[in-house]
Design a protein around this ligand. Structure first.
Ligand code: ZN
Length: 475
């Protein structure tokens, strides 16, 4: 039976729909169209959502779930002032700790937090492939499967971006903290291909590739990975790029070109590519990215936590480069905060307001108001970057949506005219009432049915991790 979801406010197909409109969904959970009250066909189940705003659910395009394990435990400064090392040491500890069972519990806690924040789809950039000794598991995708099982237990869609990590960097010896990441190039492609085949019939699971960065994957090894994705159904290719100036400098030393210039010159970037971070790039590099039609994934809550720098989102908006968001290190899991920080970082940089308001910027590629533009980045751009149809509640798309409480104090007084800006600049998790994926609820009344069990198991795991010394985890 078809269902009509009837909220107080409905944002679908890129705009606020006229008052009284509902979202008409078929028995398989696919959007048929929006519908006025007077047009409701007989035999329609009506789900009334009074006092709620219904909007497309969010996509989190860049996640490393295992990094959740050391949230807020590497914020200080080591004697001597090396601010990055405290973080990296914790990262290697967490990477050394997780086995498939604990990975499942860590991922469930992270995915639960995402779901409660309105997320329906996550892109997991996954590189913990081997066991603690650096040996392949009997089932080489055991760790990936633990993450996929965790997403399934929450009800999330997931694109597993199986990550290639072949070396520590140009001219560097292998790093012991990275031994679980390394695979041989042929072995990587074999495991990627097996993972894709294993999950090809599950509509909630997609598989893509992630050559980690030009630092970790030398150019000759980049080509076959991109080629595999192009030859196997236009799968997404994600990679880290220009997060820190040192990465650009190393690329200049090795190849005589920055990563963006190198990869676009080699024909390795296209509309299936997502470049993660792209902070330290020039205007001419942004123009190269625009020509390839690649997407950029910005991770503002992580980038501010790590002190990476400010992503020039205004250059991207000017040239029409789509931007999506990721929670990356899980320093916070907060899609609302990521969206507004993209704009706020630029305000602090330029001491101006409304930077990303393309509608008021003659000559800019986009024509969206600031709220609509950022909402698109949180939703449909993210779906596309992860190779999943949907994200805007247009006819024919899956009914993946969330309902926000309009009586939440953060949103009190919100109306149709201000809805996109209210979502981006005012809302927080407390306003997320329910989350539906393909017409079925995974979050109701701000709660998930598995939450208590997930909390208990995660707390135990966290205690076990922190009881170990640095030597016990890393050695
Ligand atoms: Zn990352």
């Amino acid at each position: 039976m078809a269902t009509l979801f009837q909220p107080e406010l409905l944002y679908a197909d890129g705009q606020v729909q006229p008052g009284g409109s509902g979202l008409f969904v078929d028995a398989d959970g696919m959007v048929l169209r929006t519908l006025a009250e007077t047009q409701i066909p007989p035999d329609t189940e009506i789900v009334r959502l009074p006092g709620r705003a219904l909007i497309p659910a969010f996509a989190n395009a860049h996640s490393h779930t295992f990094q959740r394990l050391f949230r807020a435990r590497a914020e200080g400064r080591k004697v001597g002032g090396d601010t990055f090392w405290t973080w990296r040491e914790q990262m290697y500890r967490a990477a050394a700790f997780a086995d498939p069972d604990s990975m499942y519990d860590i991922a469930r806690a992270a995915f639960l937090e995402m779901a409660l924040n309105g997320t329906a789809l996550v892109g997991e950039f996954h590189y913990l492939h081997r066991d603690r000794n650096g040996q392949p598991y009997a089932h080489p995708n055991a760790m990936a499967d633990a993450i996929l099982a965790a997403a399934r237990s929450i009800g999330l869609r997931i694109t597993l971006l199986r990550t290639a990590y072949f070396r520590a960097g140009f001219g560097l010896d292998p790093h012991p903290g990275q031994r679980r990441f390394y695979e041989q190039p042929e072995e990587y492609l074999r495991n990627l291909s097996a993972l894709a085949a294993q999950h090809s019939s599950d509509p909630f699971i997609h598989v893509g590739a992630a050559p980690h960065s030009i630092r970790a994957v030398p150019l000759p090894e980049f080509h076959p990975i991109v080629h595999w994705c192009r030859a196997n159904g236009s799968r997404p290719v994600h990679l880290h790029i220009s997060e820190q100036p040192a990465e650009n400098e190393a690329s200049l030393r090795e190849y005589g070109a920055t990563p963006v210039t190198l990869l676009s010159g080699e024909g390795l970037l296209d509309a299936q590519t997502t470049l993660v971070h792209a902070i330290h790039i020039t205007a001419s590099e942004m123009a190269q990215i625009a020509r390839t039609r690649a997407t950029i994934c910005s991770c503002p809550t992580t980038e501010r936590n790590l002190g990476d720098g400010i992503f020039p989102a205004d250059l991207a908006a000017q040239l029409g480069v789509p931007v999506v968001f990721g929670s990356d290190s899980q320093a916070q899991i907060d899609p609302f905060e990521d969206a507004r920080q993209l704009e706020y970082h630029l305000r602090l940089r330029d001491r101006e307001r409304g930077i990303l308001d393309s509608a008021s910027r003659p000559g800019w590629a986009g024509q969206d108001s600031i709220g609509a533009a950022l909402l698109r980045s949180m939703t449909s751009h993210g779906y596309r970057a992860l190779g999943v149809p949907g994200g805007s509640l247009a006819p024919g798309e899956p009914a993946d949506f969330l309902a926000l409480r309009l009586d939440d104090l953060a949103l009190l007084g919100a109306d149709a005219a201000s809805l996109p800006e209210q979502v981006v600049f005012a809302a927080s998790r407390s306003a997320v009432d329910s989350v539906y994926i393909q017409g079925k609820p995974i979050v109701r009344d701000g709660a998930h049915s598995e939450a208590d069990e997930i909390r208990t198991r995660y707390r135990k795991l966290q205690q076990r991790f922190h009881a170990l010394s640095v030597e016990e985890t890393i050695q």
